[in-house]
Ligand binder design. Structure first.
Ligand code: PEP
Ligand code: MN
Length: 337
């Protein structure tokens, strides 16, 4: 971190600030700039909040030098991370395709959809048992019964299962029973939940928050990693903008931003990003072209009757068609399905 002092900063102010930082274990390199003094702060500044220094007497400006995130940072881990999700690698050359219904509704709905997405080439079954609904009166998910149905579907199809967690109290239960734990957009900054998920080694699918910047998203990954779990997969699912035609605005440039900044795998959710089933095919192809390591697509065996997110859900036949197009495109971007 670099601290630029005001031209009128007094010697006492400079010395007091230097002494305070030294007492916190930092080394101070003092430089005489043009008309002002510049202090280089050397040491582990991760726990210092740069904005705290702005109110110190004599301080003009702060320039952070080191990155606020370390474990998720590509600078300290140049190779791409590949995360083992119940036997399916996420982050390698092979695209990971998560598919399934927004909500687990009953045995027939889940198993029928699971068999069909599996046959079309999906490799991880995704279904919600605990649903973060905007309205408290909307279907909230089958909860533990939904987890049991997911376990049955895994048994029947052989696909690993991924489902969303909402409460830190359920981390142990999810750790025992599922292969990938999803953190939804609404919980991206639920820091208690993230820290608790750091206690497991289970892969965590961390969705980007509704209004989160790339840097905030990576800091949330850092929470999980700093607490001890390196197995984080990022998921771009669209962000809130002024545009209302689509449910969200799919930020595909974030895929490249994350790839540049971090070694973690990143997948794209074209279903929540658009909210429109007819857009999912093109946005899936675009996501893979943009460098995504995989996709998460909502598929329902009867979308008009879905209890949640029917408008953005593909039928199994539509999903199979998307997979066909992805097969044709994957080699062009050096991917396999
Ligand atoms: C979901 O995956 O069904 C979901 C609620 O997604 P998001 O958290 O991205 O809104
Ligand atoms: Mn959904």
């Amino acid at each position: 971190m670099i601290i630029i002092m005001k031209p009128k900063a007094t010697e006492e102010q400079i010395q007091a600030l230097s002494a305070s930082l030294e007492s916190q274990g930092m080394q101070i390199q003092r430089n005489a700039g043009v008309g002002c003094v510049v202090l280089g702060v050397i040491g582990d500044v991760a726990h210092l909040d740069p904005t705290d220094f702005l109110i110190q007497p004599g301080v003009e400006r702060i320039m952070p030098v080191s990155e606020p995130f370390k474990k998720a940072n590509r600078k300290f881990h140049p190779a791409d991370s590949v995360i083992d999700c119940g036997g399916v690698a996420v982050g390698g050359r092979k695209l990971a395709i998560f598919a399934g219904p927004c909500s687990v509704e009953n045995y027939d709905q889940l198993t029928d959809t699971a068999f069909k997405v599996h046959a079309a080439g999906a490799n991880i079954l995704r279904g919600g048992a605990y649903k973060p609904r905007t309205s408290p009166y909307a279907f909230q998910g089958l909860k533990l019964e939904g987890l049991a149905l997911l376990e049955q579907a895994r048994e029947l199809t052989g696909m690993p299962i991924c489902t969303e967690i909402m409460s830190p109290k359920l981390v142990e239960e999810f750790d025992r029973r599922v292969d990938v734990i999803q953190v939804g957009a609404r919980n991206m900054q639920n820091f208690d939940l993230l820290t608790e998920l750091g206690q497991t080694q289970k892969p965590i699918l961390l969705k980007r928050g509704l209004n989160a910047t790339v840097s905030e998203w990576l800091m949330s990954a850092e929470y999980i990693m700093a607490a001890g779990n390196p197995n984080v997969i990022l998921c771009e699912r669209g962000i809130r903008t002024f545009e209302t035609y689509t449910r969200n605005t799919l930020d595909l440039s974030a895929v490249q931003a994350v790839k540049q900044l971090s070694h973690l795998p990143v997948i794209v959710d074209p279903s929540h990003a658009t909210g429109l089933n007819w857009m999912v095919e093109r946005m899936s192809l675009a996501a893979v072209a943009a460098g995504a390591d995989g996709l998460i697509i909502e598929v329902h065996n009867n979308p008009p009757c879905a209890l949640c997110d029917g408008a953005q859900s593909l039928t199994p036949a539509q999903f199979a068609q998307v997979m066909g197009k992805l097969h044709a495109m994957a080699p062009i971007v050096e991917r396999v399905l």
